[in-house]
Design a protein around this ligand. Structure first.
Ligand code: AMP
Length: 398
């Protein structure tokens, strides 16, 4: 791999795998263009060098070939606007004559967007012949789609072998994600606090196991905490519980003890008499929740304990909310944790928020610019935290 920022793309055609999987409304208006904006610096650098950009992406989950709803042509005008009026050409097929001819005639400073890669089943199958055809369109390959880095698809990984090592690059999005994730997992300054929340223990077992090798402290909050309390013999009322994970929870606690990792469970909870925004609420110790009630957020003592521990940390990884933050009555814990992470960051900690709902939470509460890094790649970042090798990263590096 060569370093993207050090390379001069003058007179080169850069084939860039972007993540333009943006939501569209019924009239094909883009309702959230963050993914497009994220990759603009990568495209602009190539154009500024005097190169040209050939963009390829998937959009949605088309089942049977070309579908109007999933056509990337709906993005052309907006992409041109985002690029300050640069003309964006469009190939109505990502391989074949039109793509080949448009790519061949592309001039420095120009942009070509290819039609949805997933109109071909070969994309998700990682088909070699399909990847080779795509590879012929560009002189170099730039992977800037972190959101699909955990997939070994034709354009995200298989294609790499058709480019010499020095012609494979991470774009700025990928570079940012990989650098932040590596800093947390492999170069963390201690104390390293991992905050894991969300609904299910079963979704987070691999992450917790990987973090037991690296973190000094792990906060376990959200619905998943109650399986741990139950495993320790507590009464959790109607709180979320995965009965088939009680042994796993016990084992994780034992492993943490053996490794000297401090596990922080919420000592108290905000409890509700039903899972609803208008439920009656109270608070209770998390291991003695009355029958008929359920824990839907961490309580005031837990907030205080967690806040103190977070503020002592030098590296923070946060995945998953502390409660049902979508409902006003149960969002205080998650908001308080976001505040603590922001304060620790202001004190010099490196903080990464990644994976699904915790990203939604920091955005919703307005904390996105108060943490060090907010990951854009949900599933990809989760697999990275689990310690897996992501095909889209390995393909550029190998
Ligand atoms: P996940 O996708 O596993 O990170 O879980 C996120 C979801 O967990 C959110 O929709 C939250 O509303 C939900 N959640 C968090 N805490 C609780 C809880 N105590 N009980 C039920 N659901 C919860």
């Amino acid at each position: 791999m060569s370093k993207f920022s050090d390379h001069n793309f003058k007179d080169q055609k850069a084939l860039i795998r972007v993540d333009f999987n943006v939501p569209l409304d019924a009239a094909y208006n883009i309702t959230d263009d963050n993914r497009m904006r994220a990759t603009l610096p990568t495209i602009k650098k190539i154009l500024a060098d005097g190169g040209s950009a050939i963009l390829m992406s998937h959009l949605g989950r088309p089942k049977d070939g070309p579908t109007e709803k999933y056509s990337l042509k709906h993005l052309v005008k907006h992409l041109s606007d985002l690029l300050g009026g640069v003309t964006v050409k469009f190939a109505d097929d990502c391989i074949g004559t039109s793509a080949t001819e448009l790519a061949a005639s592309l001039q420095p400073g120009e942009v070509l967007l290819l039609e949805n890669l997933r109109f071909y089943k070969q994309e998700e199958k990682g088909d070699e012949a399909f990847a080779e055809k795509l590879s012929k369109l560009g002189d170099v390959w730039v992977n800037d789609a972190f959101g699909t880095a955990h997939r070994a698809h034709a354009s995200t990984a298989v294609i790499a072998k058709y480019f010499a090592k020095e012609n494979r690059f991470f774009g700025f999005v990928m570079e940012g994600e990989v650098t932040a994730a590596e800093k947390v997992l492999h170069k963390s300054e201690k104390p390293f606090m991992a905050i894991i929340g969300g609904a299910k223990v079963s979704d987070k077992i691999l992450i917790i196991e990987n973090l037991l090798e690296r973190a000094t402290d792990i906060i376990i909050g959200g619905g998943m905490a109650y399986t741990f309390f139950k495993a320790q013999g507590g009464n959790i009322g109607n709180s979320l519980c995965e009965i088939d994970r009680l042994e796993t929870a016990k084992e994780l606690l034992l492993k943490a003890e053996a490794k000297g990792v401090c596990i922080h469970l919420p000592s108290d909870s905000i409890i509700a008499d039903k899972f609803a925004a208008d439920a009656n609420t109270s608070s209770a110790p998390s291991n003695s929740i009355p029958d008929g009630w359920m824990g839907l957020d961490i309580g005031p003592n837990a907030v205080e304990q967690f806040t103190n521990a977070i503020k002592r940390s030098k590296t923070i990884l946060w995945n998953g909310p502390m409660g049902v933050f979508e409902m006003d009555k149960f969002q205080h814990g998650t908001k308080a944790i976001a505040t603590a992470v922001a304060e620790a960051t202001a004190l010099g900690a490196f903080s990464l928020v990644g994976g699904g709902d915790s990203v939604a939470a920091v955005n919703q509460f307005g904390f996105a610019d108060k943490v060090s890094y907010v990951s854009t790649g949900g599933g990809a970042m989760l697999e990275y935290f689990e310690g897996k090798v992501l095909p889209g990263i390995a393909a550029v590096n190998e």
